[in-house]
Write a protein that binds this ligand. Structure first.
Ligand code: HMG
Ligand code: MG
Length: 297
């Protein structure tokens, strides 16, 4: 059954910008401040990873220190290891995320270790987060297909998802990193995951490379999933997933939810405005049909 309301987890300032041309920190700050006025409750504001690997996120500390925080909003950041977690602490992140992969090839390319090694690396991050009372989200990439290994077995996804939950993640976000998923594949995956992990601990993170993100979200919603990752203006992609394009556009998800009578608590106009601000800074148009249609009206 469809949920009555959903939580939108806005990843535009992280996933959205990690694969675009680098922007001045102040532009990011303005962007996040505008997002903060939209009613969003979860804003991923940066990531503490190798600056050589992802130069676009190298200023995350400055950005997170400079934003105007609004009460009721969780500002989070990616933290692959202790070094990253300590940066997140000094950036006053309200929440952090560890990120692993359901496939070995992507794990090696993205975070430079095997799946097993990654789980070991996450343990000290979890321990430190628990010490500081900081909630940890778990991302799992390549839940449908891997750009290096091909199709991913749903049982493998389940095993790694379970490991993330067992080590203390409050939720696991299922990433279709290269956007090859379709509603039937998503339905099978969620069925499998759901046999071991309850709905409220599952989020979906769909990239729109093959144009299926919205139908996939409709499918996930119909199965009761209540947390949807989305990126303003459809920005995004992972530098280690060649050819992968943006996340589903937040504007499009809000419109879909409105039409389904599902509450998001987020104002479409404000999100669209933030989308125009950031795409103008990047010199591109929003990759959101809803945003473009609103403009044309
Ligand atoms: P590593 O295993 O140490 O090895 O790092 P490395 O060769 O990849 O990097 C080593 C260098 O990174 C060293 O510096 C370290 O000091 C430095 P050097 O000696 O070369 O000058 N380093 C760090 N610097 C800053 N902050 C840190 C940190 N840790 C090490 N925390 C690591 C492993 C994961 C850190 C590295 O491989 C890395 O940064 N990878 C980039 C991963 C990334 O950001 N990917 C994109 C985000 S994930 C994603 O987009 C998917 C998602 O959206 C879901 C989906 O769509 O599927 C979440
Ligand atoms: Mg992603």
């Amino acid at each position: 059954d469809f949920p009555e309301k959903v939580t939108l987890y806005e990843v535009g300032a992280r996933d959205g910008l990690q694969n675009e041309a680098p922007l001045p920190s102040q532009t990011k700050v303005d962007f996040i401040n505008l997002l903060s006025l939209s009613g969003l409750t979860h804003i991923e504001a940066g990531s503490f990873v190798s600056a050589k690997r992802v130069p676009q996120m190298a200023d995350s500390l400055n950005v997170m220190r400079a934003i105007s925080r609004k009460e009721g909003i969780t500002y989070s950041a990616l933290t692959p290891n202790i070094q990253g977690f300590e940066m997140a602490l000094s950036a006053q992140a309200d929440e952090v995320a560890i990120f692993g992969s359901a496939s070995e090839g992507f794990s090696q390319h993205n975070i430079n270790c095997s799946i097993d090694e990654s789980l070991k690396r996450f343990e000290p991050v979890m321990a430190l987060a628990q010490l500081h009372n900081i909630p940890v989200r778990g991302y799992l990439s390549c839940v449908i297909d891997c750009p290096y290994d091909g199709p991913t077995d749903a049982n493998q996804v389940m095993d790694v998802a379970r490991a993330l939950i067992d080590m203390g993640c409050y939720e696991v976000s299922l990433g279709d990193t290269i956007g090859t998923g379709t509603p039937i594949k998503v339905a099978r995956l969620i069925e499998t995951i759901n046999s071991h992990i309850p709905h409220h601990q599952i989020a979906v993170h769909f990239h729109n490379t093959w144009g299926q993100a919205l139908p996939n979200i409709y499918q996930a919603l119909s199965m009761g999933i209540g947390t949807i990752d989305a990126s303003v203006a459809g920005l995004g992609g992972c530098p280690y997933a060649p050819g992968a394009s943006g996340n589903v556009a937040t504007e499009d998800v809000i419109y879909l939810c409105q039409q389904l009578g599902i509450e998001t608590g987020v104002k479409l106009e404000k999100i669209a405005e933030a989308g125009w601000l950031i795409t103008e800074a990047l010199g591109i148009l929003p990759r959101s049909n809803v945003s473009l249609a609103m403009k044309a009206k």
